[in-house]
Write a protein that binds this ligand. Structure first.
Ligand SMILES: NC(=O)c1ccc[n+]([C@@H]2O[C@H](COP(=O)([O-])OP(=O)(O)OC[C@H]3O[C@@H](n4cnc5c(N)ncnc54)[C@H](O)[C@@H]3O)[C@@H](O)[C@H]2O)c1
Length: 404
């Protein structure tokens, strides 16, 4: 039996995956509303195939949900790990709280698996002392960072290779066997610090590569060149693989984890810092492109402009750190109010001037800025054909379309 702590975007699919594959699982979250929803057999967010493993887990009687921590041999912790905006270091308070509570209930020799992403050394610095101070030195620690991407979570849970960092290789192998219940990818067992570092390195690599594409977009625009054509040609080189530029980097991973290295290794993490700055500058750059286009088309008020997409990536409902939210924040700083916003995945009003209906949104604007390339947009391009478009995702081929 296992207890998964934290039932968000990572913890819930993980708990359901274990349960659907024969492992008795208790899912714990301190959010009463969320636990209540799950107990009513409803899912709190959409994800391809999640409903299927939810039914599988329920029909096998392998999953229960609670706000209480259970007495189990294995705990899997998937709580948030934001970064401190001032120091740029990982904010470990959620992990510390979760581990403290586990230590109050767990039996001797229990295993605590931290799935949350942490900066290298976090477990030694913040988690190990909790165990020592609780006089529970027989508790085993493991770090099993998660790599899945929203929108393709279940396929990635099953197929991605995993890393398991453990103090004791025998415990590492035991946890590897547990994950093998659903994971067909290669599982590497290593030590905890290596697992911590490799996860943060992976996301920093992604961030740097996105920043390169974003920098090229600015350079090409300045030179009157088509960045997408340049990237297409450059990528024909057998050892070049440039990513696509975009309006910025959002989500809970790529826009956060590289900061851990910047915070812990100031002066050494130079490319990582530069990449973060470039990617964080993109919403401001989109604003500059909007004003250029407004001037060209004699649009005098931002009220005739609409941002399509609030989520940080296509076909998900996750708005955390999204470029659109970053852009709206910047507009407030410029005292520019009244821009319209729409996203088919966001059914509640979370920002000002948000529309819940595509047709009403389009009726009220002249210039639409594509911030997220949801399938809804691609399937309804004809509705956009009389608009001026700024396409930050290179997903639209209509006339009157400007690119980054
Ligand atoms: N979201 C992703 O795409 C993704 C991908 C890979 C790794 N990660 C990492 O996984 C971790 C979790 O991220 P997430 O996106 O699932 O976060 P989330 O905010 O969606 O979910 C976290 C959940 O933990 C609960 N929680 C917090 N403290 C708790 C406590 N002490 N006891 C019980 N419940 C508690 C919250 O109520 C929330 O429901 C983070 O470290 C993140 O960096 C996320």
């Amino acid at each position: 039996m296992i207890n998964v702590i934290g039932l968000g975007y990572i913890g819930l699919p993980t708990a359901l995956m274990f349960a659907a594959n024969g492992i008795k699982t208790v899912g714990t979250d301190y959010n009463y509303g969320l636990v209540n929803t799950l107990q009513k057999k409803q899912l709190p967010f959409e994800e391809d195939g999640l409903n299927i493993i939810f039914s599988d887990a329920l029909s096998q009687n392998n999953i229960t949900f609670s706000t209480e921590y259970a007495i189990e041999d294995i705990y899997i912790v998937a709580v948030p790990t934001p970064y401190d905006k001032k120091t740029k270091k990982v904010d470990a308070k959620y992990i510390i709280n979760a581990v403290r509570t586990i230590l109050k209930v767990c039996p001797q020799n229990a295993i605590i698996v931290i799935e949350s992403t942490v900066s290298p050394g976090t477990i030694d610095q913040h988690v190990r002392p909790l165990i020592h101070n609780a006089n529970k030195d027989n508790i085993h620690l493991v770090h099993a960072p998660e790599r899945i991407i929203p929108g393709n979570m279940l396929a990635e849970l099953q197929n991605n290779p995993r890393t398991i960092g453990a103090d004791d290789p025998v415990i590492g192998e035991r946890i590897k066997t547990l994950y093998t219940s659903f994971c067909k990818g290669k599982i590497t067992v290593t030590d905890i610090r290596t697992a911590e570092m490799s996860k943060v390195v992976e996301n920093s690599f992604r961030d740097i590569n996105i920043a390169f594409a974003n920098e090229l977009a600015k350079i090409c625009h300045e030179s009157g060149l088509d960045v997408y054509e340049i990237i297409k040609i450059a990528n024909m080189h057998p050892r070049v693989n440039i990513l696509s530029p975009g309006p910025g980097v959002g989500g809970h991973c790529i826009s956060v984890d590289p900061w851990f290295l910047v915070g812990d290794y100031p002066g050494l993490a130079n490319i990582i810092l530069a990449a973060r700055k470039i990617n964080d500058s993109m919403p401001e750059y989109v604003l500059e492109r909007i004003s250029e286009i407004m001037k060209k088309h004699n649009i005098s008020t931002v009220e005739k402009i609409g941002l399509y997409g609030l989520t940080y990536k296509e076909n998900v409902n996750d708005t955390r750190e999204s470029p659109t939210l970053q852009l709206l924040e910047k507009m407030k700083k410029h005292l520019a109010f009244g821009i319209k916003v729409y996203d088919p995945y966001i059914k509640d009003s979370i920002v000002e001037n948000q529309y819940l209906d595509l047709d009403n949104f389009l009726n009220d604007i002249d210039l639409v800025v594509i911030m997220t390339a949801h399938d809804e947009l691609k399937n309804n391009l004809n509705k956009f054909k009389n608009k001026i478009i700024l396409d930050t995702r290179n997903c639209c081929c209509l006339k009157n379309t400007y690119k980054l």
